[in-house]
Design a protein around this ligand. Structure first.
Ligand SMILES: Cc1cc2nc3c(=O)[nH]c(=O)nc-3n(C[C@H](O)[C@H](O)[C@H](O)COP(=O)(O)OP(=O)(O)OC[C@H]3O[C@@H](n4cnc5c(N)ncnc54)[C@H](O)[C@@H]3O)c2cc1C
Length: 373
């Protein structure tokens, strides 16, 4: 067992850290949060620097950590333009990869992944938006909710109901690539969300939208399996976002304590504060170990969904814990400073890509079915 990353990955981390510190200034972070605007300039720079490359997943994992450490909203917005790309990488035809994946990889297009519907996101098998095959085209009717990049994406990888479920609810679902400019397709930007406000979120409405049958990803009826495979990967990246947020909160605490020291108030750094700092640091380290273990299985094509769910649930709860504790230690300066934004951003980590409850059900079910530690 080797706990050290290779030189290449350490270099990727260092590059991402330097990029984040120079491209994401505190002023910019505040501006995009306040204006709820997608940070196009930072995204373009990040894509041009070639550090956003999901075909190099370890490098991507540490890049996400370092960008979110400086600002979660912009950090996520700058790396999420390829959200859903693994579905195409793993299951789409060469033609679909060439047409859709290449432009997003080259920073010329933005994509989104649309699963959640107004009726709820956790119960994926219960989704209702229909795609009916008629004369070589799928006709789509329904809506999707809380979709990242919803208003700005060029196209979406969408999970849809193509036939009625048989005895198993998750049967009859398929994945289609749906262009955003089709007739009958409209989007409503959702504003006022709690955190990660630099990311774009929208509701998608599909009214008799016609998509060529060649835009089917993989086989009809296998969509649930494709999306669950994707979530298992994307949950590791959410764990990395969460670690970045927790580490960023700890950076704020350390800067605050250094200021206390420098101004002759070292005696005010009580044992209580030290215990809290120690708890934050320990949870970050534990989150990293779990996430890197999950990623190691995943990136070697031997996924262990229960470990990925442990990493996602634990790291996201650590992000919230670290931000809350950082706020307690720093008091007024935290409340009115950048930590306030970190705390709001952290909460979303416990929700998207499977809420903590859903992750815990995945873990429990594995062991109830006889899984071993
Ligand atoms: C900012 C943001 C961006 C998002 N981006 C995307 C995106 O790009 N694409 C996309 O498809 N979705 C996206 N989502 C949706 C996200 O994945 C869902 O919000 C999430 O899956 C939870 O679904 P829900 O909000 O509908 O809550 P629900 O599923 O309605 O759940 C509500 C509550 O009930 C609990 N619950 C539900 N079922 C169970 C159960 N069986 N047992 C125990 N507890 C349960 C949940 O844990 C939760 O606390 C985004 C969400 C947000 C907030």
């Amino acid at each position: 067992m080797d706990f050290e990353f290779s030189e290449d990955i350490n270099k990727a981390r260092e590059n991402a850290r330097n990029f984040a510190l120079s491209a994401i200034t505190p002023e910019l972070a505040r501006k995009y949060d306040l204006e709820e605007k997608f940070p196009e300039e930072v995204w373009k720079k990040a894509m041009a620097s070639r550090m956003v490359d999901f075909s190099n997943p370890w490098s991507m994992l540490v890049t996400i950590e370092e960008l979110c450490r400086v600002d979660p909203g912009i950090g996520i917005a700058a790396t999420v333009s390829l959200f859903g790309s693994e579905v195409l990488m793993l299951f789409a035809s060469d033609q679909l990869k060439e047409k859709y994946l290449k432009p997003v990889q080259e920073g010329r297009a933005i994509m989104g992944l649309a699963v959640t519907e107004p009726g709820g996101g956790s119960d994926v098998a219960g989704l209702k938006t229909e795609a009916k095959l008629e004369g070589g085209k799928y006709i789509i009717n329904g809506s999707k909710m809380f979709i990242t990049n919803g208003q700005i994406a060029d196209f979406f990888v969408m999970l849809l109901r193509t036939s009625r479920p048989d005895s198993k609810r998750h049967h009859g679902l398929s994945v289609l690539v749906v262009d955003g400019n089709l007739k009958g397709f409209s989007r409503n930007k959702l504003t006022g969300k709690l955190g990660v406000r630099a990311t774009n979120t929208a509701e998608l409405i599909l009214n008799n939208v016609e998509v060529p049958s060649s835009n089917l990803v993989g086989e009809e009826g296998k969509g649930f399996y494709y999306i669950m495979t994707f979530f298992n990967i994307s949950r590791a990246y959410v764990a990395a976002q969460s670690i970045g947020i927790a580490q960023g909160a700890m950076d704020h605490v350390l800067a605050y304590l250094k200021e206390m020291k420098d101004s002759g108030r070292e005696s005010e750094i009580t044992e209580d504060i030290q215990f809290t700092l120690s708890d934050i640091a320990t949870r970050i380290e534990a989150s990293r170990l779990l996430t890197y273990k999950a990623a190691s299985y995943l990136f070697n094509f031997q996924p262990k969904p229960e470990i990925t769910s442990m990493a996602k649930a634990y790291a996201s709860e650590t992000a919230v814990f670290a931000c809350e504790k950082a706020m307690e230690i720093t008091g007024e300066s935290g409340l009115y400073g950048d930590l306030e934004r970190f705390l709001r951003d952290s909460k979303i980590m416990e929700i998207w890509e499977g809420t903590s409850e859903i992750e815990k059900l995945v873990i429990a079910r594995t062991f109830l079915k006889g899984g071993q530690m």
